[in-house]
Design a protein around this ligand. Structure first.
Ligand SMILES: *Cc1c(COP(=O)(O)O)cnc(C)c1O
Length: 438
């Protein structure tokens, strides 16, 4: 093979031996034929397997059996009400980062006492409504927020439960944009600062500061960063206890990685992860919390799209599909890999395609020089690994309405979000009715 840049730039096709979430022969996901579904639901749309999500929840619950652990699903991964309801039905709580996520979680039936509130930018109003709702605890990320929590709780005459989010300064060895546990990231505070908070905690009479929290990043495929971070958290917890500050809860965050690239990504074994947690916190008698988002839902979802046309470029074939970066931002934002599988079922020769959407951005590219069976206009394809940070990151950029979302369960489907209408997309906008002086 010639070693020219073009050849080496080709993305290899998926190894045949590695199974897809979708049955290769029947093209079904959770018993639903995706091509037939695409005749009933207009593409592009998201489809999520109930079975796949249930399986993940059960394996996590099994792995932690016997430990006092609360699973708090990171709502931002996929915040559709029906997904949250499914989560709630299995006794899983929520990790929220905004008032909107709290409202969704409560509406879907997640009790407030199973909700933890994270995020660097909580406002006084958000803290107030969360206090009134009775969330389990606040994961506090700055001294300013800690004092705001004290003031808001005082004005309500209540005591807020709080955990300090530790930034353990660990390199999670993931994409820079989803790394959160290094000293230069905006998240959490150093152990030195946290130590001062506990020393002065008696002066905050409306805050019960008795929890620790750490979340070092996302799509982590290696146990070592977790080990280092958790050991730092546990060492600090022991130090606090010796200094007379009892710690009631330790929240170890989320971040478990999933398979995006079949045959290449090797996620952490969930049993190994649970063993690490058991060993590290063997001396801890309180409540643990874990906040997985991606791991619970990413591989359960696909984005189903249809080829609009094949365009012959100067040196490459463009496969133009009807999904775009506004529907699934990850490839543009993180250069993320998603498997793309044509569902036409024909026996075709392989072609290297740049799979692109219709949005007027060069970044609107799902894959470059991806080798897959030849496609033509009208063919249905699925983009895998789209259950997390897919629909929830969607926008209407280029005035493209938000896509439908469909739940699949044992051969049947239910629409859990219908396509946004153009009227809904423009609702709230208006021509200037009146001009006001400030
Ligand atoms: C985003 C986030 C999570 C979930 O991360 P995943 O990688 O999806 O598991 C958990 N905790 C916090 C604080 C987060 O910001």
């Amino acid at each position: 093979m010639q070693a020219d840049a073009d050849t080496t730039a080709y993305e290899t096709s998926v190894p045949e031996c590695v199974p897809s979430i979708c049955d290769a022969v029947t093209r079904t996901l959770d018993g639903v034929d995706l091509r037939r579904l695409a005749e009933q639901v207009p593409t592009p749309f998201y489809a999520y397997s109930v079975q796949a999500i249930r399986t993940r929840i059960a394996s996590l619950q099994n792995a932690f059996r016997g430990l006092d652990v609360r699973i708090c699903y990171a709502v931002k991964a996929n915040s559709n009400l029906a997904i949250l309801q499914l989560i709630a039905q299995h006794g899983v709580g929520a990790d929220i980062v905004s008032h909107g996520e709290m409202q969704r979680s409560l509406k879907a039936g997640i009790p407030a006492e199973r909700i933890v509130f994270s995020g660097v930018g909580k406002t006084a109003d958000e803290i107030d409504t969360a206090l009134v709702a009775g969330v389990w605890r606040f994961n506090v990320e700055s001294a300013d927020e800690l004092h705001l929590l004290q003031r808001v709780a005082q004005s309500r005459g209540v005591c807020a439960r709080a955990a300090v989010r530790i930034n353990p300064d660990v390199d999670a060895r993931t994409h820079a944009k989803i790394s959160t546990g290094k000293a230069e990231n905006k998240f959490g505070v150093s152990i030195d600062e946290a130590r001062r908070w506990f020393a002065e905690s008696a002066s905050l009479d409306h805050v019960q500061l008795d929890g620790l929290h750490a979340h070092i990043g996302s799509q982590i495929l290696d146990l070592e960063p977790f080990r280092t971070a958790l050991q730092r958290v546990e060492a600090f917890r022991r130090e606090l206890v010796e200094a007379g500050h009892p710690v009631a809860s330790v929240d170890i965050g989320g971040g478990l990685g999933v398979v995006y690239r079949r045959g290449i990504d090797t996620p952490v074994d969930i049993a190994d992860y649970a063993s690490l947690v058991r060993e590290t916190f063997a001396g801890f008698k309180g409540t643990l919390a874990v906040e997985p988002g991606r791991w619970l839902v990413a591989e359960a979802g696909v984005l189903v799209t249809r080829a609009i046309r094949v365009k012959q470029g100067a040196d490459r074939h463009f496969l133009v599909v009807d999904a775009a970066m506004n529907d699934l931002l990850r490839p543009s934002l993180y250069e993320a890999w998603h498997e793309i599988v044509p569902l036409h079922g024909r026996d075709e020769a392989n072609v290297a395609y740049d799979v692109v959407g219709p949005v007027c951005e060069t970044g609107d590219t799902f894959a470059q020089r991806r080798v897959m069976p030849r496609c033509e206009a009208g063919d249905v394809l699925m983009i895998e690994g789209a259950g997390a940070y897919g629909a929830s990151m969607g926008s209407t950029y280029n005035s493209r309405p938000l896509p439908p979302e469909v739940l699949l369960d044992d051969g049947r489907y239910a629409i859990i979000r219908r396509r946004q209408t153009l009227a809904e997309m423009m609702a709230g906008e208006q021509f200037p009715q009146a001009w006001h002086d400030t």
